[in-house]
Design a protein. Structure first.
Length: 164
């Protein structure tokens, strides 16, 4: 039997590697937790129809927010696959918010470990925003790493907003 693989590197990875690590982490988390394959999409990240936004703050050696945006339908699909509930279940909207928050939490935690800041950072409790006409804005953002993913015919937007 082989020893478990340690995901945390000995040194902190350079920021130039973080976008690739974040993308890889999101793909892995969706595969493991949701049981779904997502694929990275090229192009403009502003085209994501956001009706549900999940966010987890990262504090410590790095200050950042991990943000995942999607349509209500995508959030319900995530919850349905992750939790095994029917999309038309009366509790599917609440379950969708809980599932999206948990996916954000796991992506953020796994990401900080993979870049070498696992024990040097803490995570906030997930925050979920639901609505039709809103914009999410973080103050003091120094750098924003953004990407889009294809999931079950839906587009997901993900971003790491790194503060100064």
């Amino acid at each position: 039997m082989s020893a478990p693989k340690n995901i945390e590197p000995e040194v902190v990875l350079p920021r130039t590697a973080w976008l690739g690590v974040l993308s890889e982490t999101a793909v892995e988390v969706f595969s493991i937790m949701v049981g779904a394959n997502i694929s990275l999409l090229e192009g403009d990240t502003s085209s994501v129809r956001a009706q549900v936004t999940g966010m987890v703050g990262i504090a410590g050696a790095m200050r950042a927010n991990f943000v995942l945006r999607c349509s209500s339908a995508a959030a319900v699909k995530i919850a349905s696959q992750m939790l095994g509930i029917a999309a038309d279940d009366p509790d599917s909207e609440k379950a969708a918010c809980d599932a999206l928050g948990e996916v954000c939490n796991i992506v953020a935690g796994y990401f900080k470990a993979k870049i070498g800041l696992g024990d040097a950072c803490m995570l906030s409790v997930p925050t979920i925003i639901v609505g039709q006409d809103y914009r999410f804005h973080s103050e003091h953002v120094f750098e924003r790493l953004e990407m889009r993913f294809q999931f079950e015919g839906e587009t997901l937007g993900a971003a790491l907003e790194i503060a100064r």
